[in-house]
Design a protein. Sequence first.
Length: 84
Amino acid sequence: MLPEHEFSGNTEHQKSWAALRAVGMTYAGVRPDLGYDVGWWKVNDFWYFAALSFVIYVRAAADHTQVPVAEICGRIAAKPGSQG
């Protein structure tokens, strides 16, 4: 779902999986232990991989529902509490 970004090395793979799991866990109502999972990362790494995870989940939702990515983003932005 992210062909324009090539993950290289074990560290990037671990970080991408941790960010993807955190999204799924949060959606399921489970609070991920980010201190344990990402405590060793550099300061901005979590935000970077969280943004990549967002793109992956939006693209997957668009693919699954046959709704354009732009419309999915618009729906997310229109939700109460969204910044924008």
